[in-house]
Write a protein that binds this ligand. Structure first.
Ligand SMILES: Nc1ncnc2c1ncn2[C@@H]1O[C@H](COP(=O)(O)OP(=O)(O)O)[C@@H](O)[C@H]1O
Ligand SMILES: [Mg+2]
Length: 344
Protein backbone atom coordinates (compact mmCIF):
# COMPACT_ATOMS: atom_id res chain seq x y z
CA UNK A 1 0.00 0.00 0.00
CA UNK A 2 2.92 2.34 0.61
CA UNK A 3 4.13 1.87 -2.95
CA UNK A 4 7.20 -0.16 -2.08
CA UNK A 5 8.48 -3.02 -4.14
CA UNK A 6 8.84 -6.39 -2.45
CA UNK A 7 10.78 -9.51 -3.34
CA UNK A 8 9.61 -12.83 -1.89
CA UNK A 9 12.13 -15.69 -1.86
CA UNK A 10 11.97 -19.38 -1.03
CA UNK A 11 12.73 -22.76 -2.56
CA UNK A 12 9.99 -24.28 -4.68
CA UNK A 13 6.76 -25.63 -3.18
CA UNK A 14 7.00 -23.61 0.02
CA UNK A 15 3.84 -21.64 -0.72
CA UNK A 16 5.01 -18.51 -2.55
CA UNK A 17 2.32 -18.51 -5.24
CA UNK A 18 -0.40 -19.16 -2.67
CA UNK A 19 0.87 -16.33 -0.50
CA UNK A 20 1.09 -13.94 -3.44
CA UNK A 21 -2.45 -14.72 -4.59
CA UNK A 22 -3.87 -14.41 -1.08
CA UNK A 23 -2.13 -11.09 -0.64
CA UNK A 24 -3.53 -9.76 -3.91
CA UNK A 25 -7.04 -10.78 -2.89
CA UNK A 26 -6.65 -8.86 0.34
CA UNK A 27 -5.24 -5.80 -1.36
CA UNK A 28 -8.00 -5.83 -3.92
CA UNK A 29 -10.56 -5.83 -1.13
CA UNK A 30 -8.79 -2.83 0.36
CA UNK A 31 -9.28 -1.00 -2.91
CA UNK A 32 -6.09 -1.56 -4.90
CA UNK A 33 -5.96 -2.67 -8.49
CA UNK A 34 -4.06 -5.97 -8.69
CA UNK A 35 -2.68 -8.15 -11.44
CA UNK A 36 -0.96 -11.52 -11.18
CA UNK A 37 1.44 -12.71 -13.85
CA UNK A 38 3.11 -16.09 -13.70
CA UNK A 39 6.23 -15.81 -15.80
CA UNK A 40 6.88 -19.53 -15.91
CA UNK A 41 3.95 -19.81 -18.34
CA UNK A 42 5.44 -17.27 -20.73
CA UNK A 43 7.84 -18.27 -23.48
CA UNK A 44 8.70 -15.03 -25.29
CA UNK A 45 8.63 -11.26 -24.93
CA UNK A 46 5.79 -11.21 -27.37
CA UNK A 47 3.70 -13.58 -25.27
CA UNK A 48 4.70 -11.70 -22.16
CA UNK A 49 3.18 -8.50 -23.56
CA UNK A 50 -0.04 -10.32 -24.34
CA UNK A 51 -0.41 -11.85 -20.90
CA UNK A 52 0.58 -8.65 -19.13
CA UNK A 53 -1.89 -6.57 -21.14
CA UNK A 54 -4.69 -9.02 -20.58
CA UNK A 55 -4.22 -9.08 -16.82
CA UNK A 56 -3.80 -5.34 -16.46
CA UNK A 57 -6.62 -4.30 -18.78
CA UNK A 58 -9.12 -6.79 -17.45
CA UNK A 59 -8.37 -5.58 -13.93
CA UNK A 60 -9.18 -2.05 -15.01
CA UNK A 61 -12.22 -3.01 -17.10
CA UNK A 62 -14.09 -6.27 -16.62
CA UNK A 63 -16.39 -5.87 -19.60
CA UNK A 64 -14.53 -7.37 -22.54
CA UNK A 65 -15.87 -5.10 -25.22
CA UNK A 66 -15.16 -2.00 -23.20
CA UNK A 67 -11.74 -3.44 -22.44
CA UNK A 68 -10.97 -3.55 -26.16
CA UNK A 69 -11.97 0.08 -26.54
CA UNK A 70 -9.81 0.96 -23.59
CA UNK A 71 -6.94 -0.88 -25.22
CA UNK A 72 -7.35 1.14 -28.42
CA UNK A 73 -7.55 4.43 -26.61
CA UNK A 74 -4.80 3.95 -24.05
CA UNK A 75 -2.32 2.01 -26.14
CA UNK A 76 -2.61 3.48 -29.63
CA UNK A 77 0.80 2.40 -30.88
CA UNK A 78 0.65 -1.14 -29.55
CA UNK A 79 -2.86 -1.48 -30.81
CA UNK A 80 -1.71 -0.66 -34.31
CA UNK A 81 0.76 -3.53 -34.17
CA UNK A 82 -1.28 -6.15 -32.44
CA UNK A 83 -4.22 -7.67 -34.17
CA UNK A 84 -6.95 -8.63 -31.79
CA UNK A 85 -10.23 -10.39 -32.05
CA UNK A 86 -12.93 -10.79 -29.49
CA UNK A 87 -12.35 -14.47 -28.91
CA UNK A 88 -8.71 -14.03 -28.26
CA UNK A 89 -9.05 -10.82 -26.42
CA UNK A 90 -5.99 -8.70 -25.83
CA UNK A 91 -3.73 -11.56 -26.60
CA UNK A 92 -1.37 -11.02 -29.51
CA UNK A 93 -1.51 -14.75 -30.13
CA UNK A 94 1.07 -16.04 -32.57
CA UNK A 95 1.14 -12.94 -34.74
CA UNK A 96 4.49 -11.34 -34.23
CA UNK A 97 4.97 -7.72 -33.46
CA UNK A 98 7.66 -6.57 -35.86
CA UNK A 99 11.13 -6.49 -34.36
CA UNK A 100 11.57 -2.73 -34.83
CA UNK A 101 8.21 -2.05 -33.21
CA UNK A 102 8.56 -4.27 -30.19
CA UNK A 103 10.51 -1.73 -28.17
CA UNK A 104 7.77 0.85 -28.64
CA UNK A 105 5.14 -1.66 -27.68
CA UNK A 106 7.05 -2.72 -24.57
CA UNK A 107 7.40 0.89 -23.41
CA UNK A 108 3.76 1.64 -23.94
CA UNK A 109 2.60 -1.55 -22.29
CA UNK A 110 4.85 -1.14 -19.26
CA UNK A 111 3.65 2.43 -18.73
CA UNK A 112 0.01 1.41 -18.89
CA UNK A 113 -0.65 0.45 -15.22
CA UNK A 114 0.59 3.87 -14.08
CA UNK A 115 -1.89 5.59 -16.42
CA UNK A 116 -4.68 3.35 -15.21
CA UNK A 117 -3.83 3.97 -11.57
CA UNK A 118 -3.89 7.74 -12.05
CA UNK A 119 -7.13 7.57 -13.98
CA UNK A 120 -8.85 5.48 -11.31
CA UNK A 121 -7.13 7.21 -8.41
CA UNK A 122 -6.00 3.90 -6.98
CA UNK A 123 -2.67 2.21 -6.60
CA UNK A 124 -1.82 -0.72 -8.80
CA UNK A 125 -0.06 -3.80 -7.46
CA UNK A 126 1.51 -6.08 -10.00
CA UNK A 127 2.79 -9.47 -8.95
CA UNK A 128 5.35 -11.32 -11.02
CA UNK A 129 5.60 -14.92 -9.93
CA UNK A 130 8.62 -17.03 -10.96
CA UNK A 131 10.36 -13.77 -11.70
CA UNK A 132 13.69 -15.44 -12.51
CA UNK A 133 12.22 -16.34 -15.91
CA UNK A 134 12.32 -12.72 -17.03
CA UNK A 135 16.08 -12.88 -17.37
CA UNK A 136 15.72 -15.89 -19.62
CA UNK A 137 13.27 -14.27 -22.03
CA UNK A 138 15.34 -13.18 -24.93
CA UNK A 139 14.66 -9.46 -24.94
CA UNK A 140 17.01 -6.65 -23.94
CA UNK A 141 14.29 -4.12 -24.75
CA UNK A 142 11.96 -5.76 -22.27
CA UNK A 143 14.50 -5.64 -19.47
CA UNK A 144 15.39 -2.01 -20.21
CA UNK A 145 11.79 -0.82 -20.27
CA UNK A 146 10.98 -2.92 -17.28
CA UNK A 147 13.70 -1.27 -15.22
CA UNK A 148 12.64 2.21 -16.33
CA UNK A 149 9.01 1.63 -15.61
CA UNK A 150 9.70 0.20 -12.15
CA UNK A 151 11.55 3.40 -11.42
CA UNK A 152 9.05 5.82 -12.94
CA UNK A 153 5.72 4.30 -12.07
CA UNK A 154 5.15 5.73 -8.63
CA UNK A 155 1.52 4.60 -8.45
CA UNK A 156 2.49 1.03 -9.16
CA UNK A 157 4.14 -1.33 -6.73
CA UNK A 158 5.68 -4.59 -7.78
CA UNK A 159 5.54 -7.83 -5.87
CA UNK A 160 8.22 -10.12 -7.25
CA UNK A 161 8.51 -13.71 -6.18
CA UNK A 162 11.09 -16.23 -7.18
CA UNK A 163 13.14 -19.21 -6.11
CA UNK A 164 16.16 -18.55 -3.95
CA UNK A 165 19.09 -16.75 -5.45
CA UNK A 166 22.59 -18.15 -5.62
CA UNK A 167 24.64 -15.77 -3.51
CA UNK A 168 24.42 -12.38 -1.83
CA UNK A 169 25.91 -10.41 -4.71
CA UNK A 170 23.24 -11.65 -7.09
CA UNK A 171 20.56 -10.55 -4.64
CA UNK A 172 22.11 -7.09 -4.40
CA UNK A 173 22.18 -6.77 -8.17
CA UNK A 174 18.54 -7.74 -8.52
CA UNK A 175 17.44 -5.39 -5.74
CA UNK A 176 19.26 -2.52 -7.44
CA UNK A 177 17.98 -3.32 -10.86
CA UNK A 178 14.32 -3.54 -9.90
CA UNK A 179 14.29 -1.02 -7.06
CA UNK A 180 13.34 -3.58 -4.46
CA UNK A 181 12.88 -2.08 -1.02
CA UNK A 182 12.12 -5.16 0.97
CA UNK A 183 13.17 -8.79 0.73
CA UNK A 184 11.01 -11.40 2.42
CA UNK A 185 12.13 -14.98 2.87
CA UNK A 186 9.36 -17.52 3.17
CA UNK A 187 10.23 -20.36 5.52
CA UNK A 188 8.46 -23.65 5.94
CA UNK A 189 5.24 -23.46 7.91
CA UNK A 190 5.99 -24.51 11.52
CA UNK A 191 5.06 -28.17 11.92
CA UNK A 192 2.61 -27.60 14.78
CA UNK A 193 0.62 -25.03 12.77
CA UNK A 194 0.44 -27.07 9.62
CA UNK A 195 -0.49 -30.15 11.68
CA UNK A 196 -3.30 -28.26 13.38
CA UNK A 197 -4.64 -26.94 10.07
CA UNK A 198 -4.60 -30.36 8.45
CA UNK A 199 -6.09 -32.29 11.36
CA UNK A 200 -8.90 -29.76 11.68
CA UNK A 201 -9.77 -30.41 8.05
CA UNK A 202 -10.05 -34.13 8.78
CA UNK A 203 -12.13 -33.55 11.88
CA UNK A 204 -14.50 -31.23 10.07
CA UNK A 205 -15.37 -34.09 7.73
CA UNK A 206 -15.92 -36.60 10.54
CA UNK A 207 -12.51 -38.34 10.62
CA UNK A 208 -10.76 -39.41 13.82
CA UNK A 209 -6.96 -39.37 13.91
CA UNK A 210 -4.85 -41.55 16.20
CA UNK A 211 -2.32 -39.63 18.29
CA UNK A 212 0.80 -38.83 16.28
CA UNK A 213 -0.68 -39.29 12.79
CA UNK A 214 -0.05 -35.73 11.68
CA UNK A 215 3.47 -35.79 13.04
CA UNK A 216 4.12 -38.88 10.95
CA UNK A 217 2.59 -37.23 7.86
CA UNK A 218 4.75 -34.14 8.23
CA UNK A 219 7.86 -36.18 8.89
CA UNK A 220 7.27 -38.14 5.70
CA UNK A 221 6.48 -34.93 3.82
CA UNK A 222 9.56 -33.19 5.23
CA UNK A 223 7.15 -30.36 6.14
CA UNK A 224 6.51 -29.46 2.52
CA UNK A 225 2.89 -28.31 2.42
CA UNK A 226 2.50 -29.74 -1.08
CA UNK A 227 3.51 -33.28 -0.09
CA UNK A 228 1.65 -33.07 3.20
CA UNK A 229 -1.57 -32.26 1.38
CA UNK A 230 -0.91 -34.97 -1.19
CA UNK A 231 -0.45 -37.56 1.54
CA UNK A 232 -3.47 -36.34 3.49
CA UNK A 233 -5.60 -36.54 0.38
CA UNK A 234 -4.54 -40.15 -0.10
CA UNK A 235 -5.35 -40.96 3.55
CA UNK A 236 -8.70 -39.23 3.27
CA UNK A 237 -9.61 -41.30 0.20
CA UNK A 238 -8.40 -44.62 1.66
CA UNK A 239 -10.38 -44.18 4.87
CA UNK A 240 -13.48 -42.74 3.31
CA UNK A 241 -15.71 -45.37 4.92
CA UNK A 242 -14.20 -46.09 8.34
CA UNK A 243 -13.00 -42.55 8.88
CA UNK A 244 -10.42 -43.53 11.48
CA UNK A 245 -6.77 -43.08 10.67
CA UNK A 246 -3.97 -44.90 12.45
CA UNK A 247 -0.30 -44.14 12.43
CA UNK A 248 0.64 -47.09 10.23
CA UNK A 249 -1.91 -46.00 7.59
CA UNK A 250 0.46 -43.15 6.79
CA UNK A 251 3.14 -45.45 5.51
CA UNK A 252 0.66 -47.58 3.55
CA UNK A 253 -0.74 -44.47 1.89
CA UNK A 254 2.75 -43.28 1.09
CA UNK A 255 3.68 -46.62 -0.50
CA UNK A 256 0.56 -46.37 -2.66
CA UNK A 257 1.48 -42.89 -3.82
CA UNK A 258 4.99 -44.00 -4.67
CA UNK A 259 3.73 -46.98 -6.63
CA UNK A 260 1.38 -44.78 -8.58
CA UNK A 261 4.08 -42.19 -9.27
CA UNK A 262 6.57 -44.88 -10.23
CA UNK A 263 6.31 -44.55 -14.04
CA UNK A 264 7.04 -40.85 -13.71
CA UNK A 265 9.94 -41.45 -11.32
CA UNK A 266 11.40 -44.11 -13.62
CA UNK A 267 11.45 -41.77 -16.57
CA UNK A 268 12.91 -39.01 -14.43
CA UNK A 269 15.60 -41.42 -13.24
CA UNK A 270 16.37 -42.67 -16.74
CA UNK A 271 17.01 -39.14 -17.91
CA UNK A 272 19.81 -38.66 -15.39
CA UNK A 273 23.47 -39.41 -15.99
CA UNK A 274 25.02 -42.09 -13.81
CA UNK A 275 26.93 -39.40 -11.86
CA UNK A 276 23.68 -37.60 -11.12
CA UNK A 277 22.05 -40.86 -10.09
CA UNK A 278 24.86 -41.63 -7.66
CA UNK A 279 24.68 -38.14 -6.23
CA UNK A 280 20.94 -38.40 -5.72
CA UNK A 281 21.22 -41.83 -4.18
CA UNK A 282 23.81 -40.47 -1.76
CA UNK A 283 21.71 -37.43 -0.85
CA UNK A 284 18.70 -39.72 -0.32
CA UNK A 285 20.64 -42.00 1.99
CA UNK A 286 23.01 -39.67 3.78
CA UNK A 287 20.95 -36.49 3.84
CA UNK A 288 21.92 -33.29 2.06
CA UNK A 289 24.24 -31.76 4.65
CA UNK A 290 27.97 -31.38 4.17
CA UNK A 291 27.86 -32.97 0.79
CA UNK A 292 31.34 -31.73 0.00
CA UNK A 293 32.83 -33.60 2.95
CA UNK A 294 35.16 -36.59 2.58
CA UNK A 295 32.66 -38.86 4.30
CA UNK A 296 30.00 -37.99 1.78
CA UNK A 297 32.14 -38.65 -1.26
CA UNK A 298 33.55 -41.86 0.18
CA UNK A 299 30.21 -43.25 1.25
CA UNK A 300 28.37 -41.94 -1.75
CA UNK A 301 30.83 -42.96 -4.47
CA UNK A 302 30.16 -39.70 -6.24
CA UNK A 303 33.55 -39.04 -7.86
CA UNK A 304 35.65 -35.88 -7.72
CA UNK A 305 34.59 -32.66 -6.06
CA UNK A 306 34.27 -30.88 -9.38
CA UNK A 307 31.99 -33.52 -10.85
CA UNK A 308 29.93 -33.59 -7.67
CA UNK A 309 29.47 -29.83 -7.93
CA UNK A 310 28.37 -30.14 -11.54
CA UNK A 311 25.89 -32.87 -10.68
CA UNK A 312 24.42 -30.85 -7.84
CA UNK A 313 24.04 -27.79 -10.05
CA UNK A 314 22.29 -29.77 -12.75
CA UNK A 315 20.00 -31.48 -10.25
CA UNK A 316 18.98 -28.07 -8.95
CA UNK A 317 18.37 -26.87 -12.45
CA UNK A 318 16.18 -29.88 -13.11
CA UNK A 319 14.11 -28.98 -10.04
CA UNK A 320 15.05 -32.20 -8.30
CA UNK A 321 17.10 -30.72 -5.46
CA UNK A 322 16.38 -27.53 -3.53
CA UNK A 323 19.03 -25.68 -1.63
CA UNK A 324 17.94 -24.36 1.73
CA UNK A 325 20.30 -22.62 4.14
CA UNK A 326 22.99 -25.22 4.43
CA UNK A 327 21.30 -28.28 3.07
CA UNK A 328 20.20 -29.84 -0.15
CA UNK A 329 16.73 -31.35 -0.05
CA UNK A 330 14.63 -33.27 -2.48
CA UNK A 331 11.99 -30.98 -3.92
CA UNK A 332 9.71 -34.00 -4.07
CA UNK A 333 10.33 -35.98 -0.92
CA UNK A 334 8.31 -38.87 -2.35
CA UNK A 335 10.95 -39.22 -5.06
CA UNK A 336 13.51 -39.61 -2.28
CA UNK A 337 11.33 -42.31 -0.76
CA UNK A 338 11.12 -44.02 -4.17
CA UNK A 339 14.93 -44.00 -4.46
CA UNK A 340 15.26 -45.45 -0.97
CA UNK A 341 12.93 -48.33 -1.74
CA UNK A 342 13.71 -49.02 -5.41
CA UNK A 343 17.36 -48.16 -6.03
CA UNK A 344 20.26 -50.30 -4.80
N1 LIG B 1 -0.43 -21.68 4.15
C1 LIG B 1 -0.60 -22.88 3.61
N2 LIG B 1 -1.19 -23.89 4.30
C2 LIG B 1 -1.34 -25.10 3.78
N3 LIG B 1 -0.95 -25.46 2.53
C3 LIG B 1 -0.35 -24.53 1.79
C4 LIG B 1 -0.13 -23.20 2.28
N4 LIG B 1 0.50 -22.48 1.32
C5 LIG B 1 0.67 -23.32 0.27
N5 LIG B 1 0.16 -24.54 0.55
C6 LIG B 1 0.17 -25.70 -0.37
O1 LIG B 1 1.52 -25.95 -0.73
C7 LIG B 1 1.64 -26.28 -2.10
C8 LIG B 1 2.69 -25.43 -2.76
O2 LIG B 1 2.29 -24.09 -2.73
P1 LIG B 1 2.71 -23.04 -3.85
O3 LIG B 1 2.07 -21.76 -3.46
O4 LIG B 1 2.43 -23.56 -5.21
O5 LIG B 1 4.30 -22.98 -3.60
P2 LIG B 1 5.45 -22.28 -4.49
O6 LIG B 1 4.82 -21.21 -5.31
O7 LIG B 1 6.41 -21.76 -3.45
O8 LIG B 1 6.08 -23.37 -5.31
C9 LIG B 1 0.26 -26.16 -2.70
O9 LIG B 1 -0.26 -27.46 -2.82
C10 LIG B 1 -0.52 -25.36 -1.67
O10 LIG B 1 -1.86 -25.78 -1.63
MG1 LIG C 1 4.76 -21.01 -7.37
Amino acid sequence: MSGRNVLLLSPRKYGKSSLVMNTLDKMRRKGSLCAYINLSRVTSVHRFLGVYLREVILEAEKNKEKAVLLFKRMLPRTHADVEIDLDNLLDPGDKDIKEDRIQQAVQEVMAFPQKMALKKRKNFIIAFDEFQVIEELDGESLLQSFKCSVEKNNKVSYFFSRINLGDGSELGRICDRYHIHKVLRLKKIPRARLALYLSQRFEQTGYRLEQGVMDEVLKKANDYPYNAQFLCHELWERKNEKKNIRKNDVNLALQDIIKRQSPFYISLWENLTSRQRNTLRAVARLGGEQIYSKEFSRAGGVGSLASLQTSIQLLQKKNILNRTNKRYEFEDVFFREWILTEIH
